[in-house]
Write a protein that binds this ligand. Structure first.
Ligand SMILES: *[C@@H]1O[C@H](CO)[C@@H](O)[C@H](O)[C@H]1NC(C)=O
Length: 512
């Protein structure tokens, strides 16, 4: 009986993975997301050789060696200009994607990769470390743009039933990018005194490939139809992407979606900040994003080698341990997708931050006892790996998911704008401050991270409700008392509650 009824329903045609769709996904993820991860980890392995280059250059110019403090400052600037660029890049997303289109922005964005790649590649020849610092800023802009535009582009290319699956691809390529930089950073490959300029410059290659190949793939049909009003091109793009000719249903659906979104309007960031009924939701996503970054996850990728050296790991083994951490990260990113879908958000956040907090405390203890037992470095390595796993199941993926669930369509762009800037700015802070922290506090620097994890955990425990399978209005009600507003069921908001949800609520593990 039930089967019969299913049969009679007008069947929505399920999109399939066509060659055009698969290739467009791979090219944009490799050309943009991969680079983003690559540049996170690329400065870790050759840091010693690059610092020697800074010192040498300084001596040649001014006839005296670099002061220790000034070198630390130059180095932490070289690291943290990247997330600072990411901050500005994420602010440029909205104007660019509307002017140039999604594919257009990705193509334009390659400029922000190829130019700094050349700059970093020639920095040693022209004897300038300033060039590296500036180039890191520009390549950061590239990352800030691609972290937002790739998921948007893929989300608009994919048929509904594949959106969730394709949403994982950018994140996967970010972690693969990190791993690739760690592998290339092995001393015998490029992580040595002569290989590093090439290693830094290699980031231009994926950009070049994308620049050459992506023009042959379609622009987002949704962009062509809604923003450009060009139905013919949109239709052609859809036909190529779906592999069939009749795309009327999907064109109609886009028109309908557009109309309902227009009716709902868009909140600006300012009006989002002044919405009383959304105040604690906003505070929650800000604190979760700060917690995600200030918990030090990127310190581990930016400065892994120096952390392992402090932990007493043999100089020659460090590179392999670093690669191992990267591999665990790739693996956990794949696993996290299934875990996140299956379990509640709140539980995972609490567990994740708890594990990270514990990992940092144990690491501090291990670093302090390092001199006493020979096998202590192994404990330290385990602590870092536990930390990476803890971060991958909760703090990395969930803030993004929760942001989607706490705000409805009209407020989401503004909410993501706030979340994105907090994310990049906190990332920048950690990159800048960690080397000084490490020099000043030594083994105790991780206590700060564990304290931040603990604070975030307590906040989530007290304030953040479970949002899985909740409608926007239900979330609003759970926050109503705290926000000091009264939400009446059935006041018109209700009609929109389901339109918020859908397979397009993709999961992106936005930790980096
Ligand atoms: C810079 O190099 C000189 C030797 O040329 C060395 O004495 C000095 O310690 C180095 N400075 C730093 C901060 O490594």
């Amino acid at each position: 009986m039930a089967v019969d009824e299913e049969w009679k329903k007008p069947v929505e045609r399920r999109g399939r993975m066509t060659a055009v769709l698969a290739l467009a996904t791979l090219i944009s993820a490799f050309g943009s997301s991969f680079q983003y991860g690559y540049n996170v980890a690329v400065i870790n392995s050759p840091s010693l050789f690059m610092q020697q280059f800074y010192n040498r250059t300084y001596v040649e110019r001014y006839g005296q060696p670099l002061e220790e403090n000034f070198l630390t400052l130059l180095w932490s600037l070289s690291v943290s200009m990247y997330p600072l660029g990411g901050f500005f890049g994420s602010l440029m997303v909205a104007p660019l994607v509307n002017k140039l289109g999604r594919k257009g922005t990705l193509l334009f964005n390659n400029l922000f990769s190829i130019v700094p790649a050349v700059m970093m590649g020639v920095s040693e020849i022209v004897k300038s470390y300033e060039i590296i610092i500036v180039a890191r800023f520009i390549v950061g802009i590239c990352a800030g743009l691609s972290s937002n535009v790739v998921p948007m582009y893929l989300g608009e290319l994919a048929p509904k039933n594949l959106r969730g699956a394709l949403g994982i691809v950018p994140q996967l390529f970010i972690t693969i990018g990190i791993l690739s930089a760690q592998v290339l950073g092995i001393r015998n490959i490029l992580g040595n005194s002569t290989g590093w300029p090439l290693m830094l410059g290699l980031t231009g290659i994926p950009a070049l490939i994308e620049l050459l190949l992506l023009p042959f793939f379609p622009e987002s049909p949704r962009y062509m139809l809604i923003q450009r009003g060009d139905e013919r091109t949109a239709r052609k793009a859809l036909q190529r992407l779906r592999g069939w000719d009749n795309v009327d249903a999907e064109i109609l659906e886009m028109h309908l979606e557009d109309r309902s979104e227009k009716a709902e309007g868009h909140l600006s960031v300012l009006s989002l900040l002044s919405q009383r009924s959304l105040r604690w939701q906003l505070a929650s996503i800000i604190i979760m994003n700060m917690g995600q970054q200030l918990s030090g996850v990127n310190a581990i990728y930016y400065y892994a080698d120096s952390i392992y050296a402090t932990a007493g790991v043999e100089q020659n083994d460090i590179q392999y341990v670093t690669v191992g951490t990267g591999a665990v990260n790739v693996f956990m990113t794949i696993a996290a997708v299934f875990i996140v879908e299956a379990s509640g958000r709140r539980l995972l956040l609490l567990c994740g931050f708890g594990i990270c907090c514990g990992g940092c405390v144990l690491l501090t203890v291990a670093l302090n006892l390092q001199e006493t037992v020979t096998w202590m470095p192994y404990i330290s390595i385990s602590c870092v790996i536990i930390y990476v796993i803890g971060h991958a199941i909760g703090p990395s993926p969930i803030p993004y998911v929760v942001t989607t669930e706490m705000f409805r369509q009209s407020a989401r762009p503004a909410a993501f704008m706030v979340a994105g800037s907090v994310h990049w700015f906190s990332n920048f802070t950690v990159g800048l401050v960690f080397p000084f922290l490490e020099r000043g506090l030594g083994p105790y620097s991780f206590i700060i991270f564990s304290f931040i994890c603990l604070l975030t955990l307590v906040y989530i425990w007290l304030v953040v409700p479970e949002t899985k399978n909740k409608t926007f209005l239900e979330v609003c009600q759970m926050f109503a008392k705290r926000n000091k507003v009264v939400i009446k069921l059935g006041d018109g908001d209700l009609s929109m509650k389901e339109s918020d949800k859908g397979p397009e609520d993709i999961i992106r593990v936005a930790a980096f």
